[in-house]
Design a protein around this ligand. Sequence first.
Ligand SMILES: N[C@@H](CCC(=O)N[C@@H](CS)C(=O)NCC(=O)O)C(=O)O
Length: 215
Amino acid sequence: MKLYSGPVSMFSVKVLIAAAEKGIRLDVENVPYQPRTFTYVGHPEVDRINPKRQVPVLIDQGLEIFDSTLICEYLEDVFPEPPLWPAEPRSRAAARLVELKADEVWFPKLRQLGQFVRDPSSAEAAEAKALALEAYREMDETLGERTWMAGVFSLADIAAYAAFLTAYFFGLRPGDLPRLAAWQTRMESRPSVRAARDGILSYLAEQRIRLPEPA
Ligand SMILES: N[C@@H](CCC(=O)N[C@@H](CS)C(=O)NCC(=O)O)C(=O)O
């Protein structure tokens, strides 16, 4: 299976973690990115397959699909073990909802911080930080006293971690949210998660991009 991935793409991170959890070896090609602005530059195969011109894109023996959620569904269908969704229908529905929230509610709130890295004292930066903290709080409340977002480790945790990392890399810490901080530690004790996180850190180091100090 070939994966077109973004070197700092949080949606690619979801697929990389899910594949590693299942022991799937992907042939990963990082598409060109504009490192200073963290934006996708373009790639002929990605642009041909995905009219939205976004990564990740997966090719498996002639099957060409895009969107991290769909790709993870396909991996789950083809490699059901270990399962990355809870078996029980209500828990599964709850997990899917968390995954959707991570991508479409929390990630948009968390990513904005990146726009103000170079000017953290502006009013817009303060607004972005407040929004990102709101997302961290929502994640913390969703987790509650559970070990994992939907009871068992699932794609809900994987998607939430990818979103979480966006703001974490821009210096935001879950300092006064100990449950979320402990969940981060649990996530990062998994080799699949560490590998995906360290892949981004290596890319940033290669590009000589320094991450902001924790705020
Ligand atoms: N819903 C899509 C979102 C993918 C997405 O936003 N990818 C970003 C990278 S993290 C991208 O390729 N952006 C390029 C662009 O929009 O120009 C998914 O889950 O795969």
